[in-house]
Design a binder for this molecule. Structure first.
Ligand SMILES: Cc1ncc(COP(=O)(O)O)c(C=O)c1O
Length: 425
């Protein structure tokens, strides 16, 4: 019997693609899934088994209520009145940069993350770039990073003049392949970029063990993991420096661009503070050549307003994710990996299946928003090839790029998803 999923809200009914049917509950590894799906794929892509299930074609269905992948307006509405009041006082003062909201946010966020210093900057891309600058990464240096991460992670490496060295994704984890990491290290390696992908912290202890033996600093990109926990501590401040995007779609999100650099190292913090204001210690006292990268007061207000509810919002994401994973347990899709000592904040909830493209079309045609994080590995971008960077074969990153599909998991979705799952029980 084709398994069908009840509506997220009436009258939407989501039907599983029969190619994703499983005969019994099973926890399959990636290879098993690939083999099964290759067999199933030949026959199943076009066959939605409508004739057996009497499912009306999308065109003949009543108007679908859309469930977006992410709806930022809902959070905004919940803080709108207070936000407008606080923005009003920023505008009255016209103190727009380097003001009291920025310093308050830096203090509050450092305390939340359990890290000594937080330095607000203009974006996550800048946060990585300034972190690399603070570590004095420059021309001729090599920086190791995984290939399945988004492009903004590699751009600062290129901008710093360093050579990016790519490694594969770990199987069964969103972190880097540790064997590949060990092999990629050489005397020119000056930093390792670990990225907490999709809300799940990397296995930082294992990465740090590899790095510390060779005295290589770890840059810990936590852009997708605000509030995540690794071994009972927040996923920040494990590496030498933690750049983080706070852009509009992040778990803790500004209403424009924003970022922060976290570190327990006073000198690194001080250097990033100088870099973000053109290297000035005081006005026109340029100690070094820096950059312009400031988290403005309007964004600092947004972030301060949202920080107190971040844990609650992350818990809602986790509850939705848990219900998804329970519901999908019998299906031959790979659900997000779970580890007893890591708490994901489910920046995205991603399933992996060789049927990704037809499944995406199917969900979209049933009103369910989807996304792909990310569809192309770094070494397969046009930009990579145009720079004549070396060709790589990184099978797990490439498979993951082909197979991942994100479905809605934002905190304010809670009620719809509860309704959806309770009608299934
Ligand atoms: C892992 C990661 N690093 C860095 C960035 C870059 O952040 P921003 O868009 O704020 O520059 C992003 C943004 O999407 C990201 O997901």
């Amino acid at each position: 019997m084709t398994r069908n999923m009840p509506a997220l809200s009436n009258p939407v009914t989501v039907y599983y693609h029969p190619g994703l049917r499983a005969e019994r509950k099973t926890f399959m590894n990636a290879r098993t899934v690939v083999r099964r799906q290759e067999r199933a794929q030949k026959s199943s892509i076009k066959n939605f088994d409508r004739k057996h299930e009497n499912i009306p074609a999308p065109s003949s269905r009543p108007q679908l209520k859309k469930i977006p992948l992410l709806d930022l307006t809902r959070k905004y509405r919940s803080i709108e009145a207070e936000l407008r009041r606080q923005w009003g006082s920023v505008f009255s003062s016209m103190k727009l940069l380097n003001g009291s909201n920025l310093s308050a946010f830096e203090g509050e966020f450092a305390a939340y993350c359990g890290v000594k210093y937080a330095v607000g900057v203009a974006s996550g891309t800048d946060a990585i770039y300034l972190s690399l600058q603070a570590l004095r990464i420059s021309t001729g240096d090599e920086v190791i990073l995984p290939a399945h991460v988004p492009a903004p992670v590699i751009e600062p490496v290129i901008a710093a003049g360093a050579k990016p060295v790519l490694i594969d994704k770990a199987v069964g984890d969103y972190g880097p392949d540790l064997n590949g990491l060990r092999k990629a290290i050489n005397p020119r390696t000056k930093a390792i970029l670990a990225v907490h992908m999709l809300g799940l912290p990397c296995d930082m202890q294992a990465i740090l063990e590899v790095a510390q033996k060779r005295n290589i600093p770890v840059v810990e990109d936590a852009s997708q993991a605000q509030g995540a926990v690794y071994k009972r501590r927040r996923a920040a401040g494990w590496g030498a420096i933690t750049p983080m995007s706070l852009g509009p779609v992040k778990n803790l999100a500004s209403y424009g661009d924003g970022g922060v650099v976290l570190t327990n190292d006073e000198q690194l913090a001080q250097y990033v503070r100088l870099l973000r204001v053109h290297g000035q210690a005081e006005k026109y006292d340029h100690k070094i050549y820096g950059w312009n990268s400031r988290l403005d007061e309007l964004q600092a207000v947004v972030l301060r307003l949202k920080l107190p509810t971040l844990d609650r919002d992350n818990a809602r994401r986790a509850a939705i994710a848990a219900e998804y994973s329970k519901c999908f347990a019998d299906l031959p899709v790979i659900t997000p990996p779970q580890f007893f000592d890591r708490t994901s904040v489910y920046h995205q909830y991603v399933v992996e299946t060789p049927h990704r493209d037809p499944l995406q079309r199917f969900l979209e045609s049933n009103g369910i928003g989807t996304g792909i994080y990310y569809p192309v590995s770094l070494h397969q971008h046009q930009a990579w090839k145009a720079k004549k960077l070396p060709a790589y074969s990184l099978p797990e990153a490439e498979r993951y790029a082909r197979e991942n599909l994100a479905i809605p998991v934002f905190a304010e979705l809670n009620d719809e998803v509860r309704e959806y799952f309770s009608s299934k029980a």
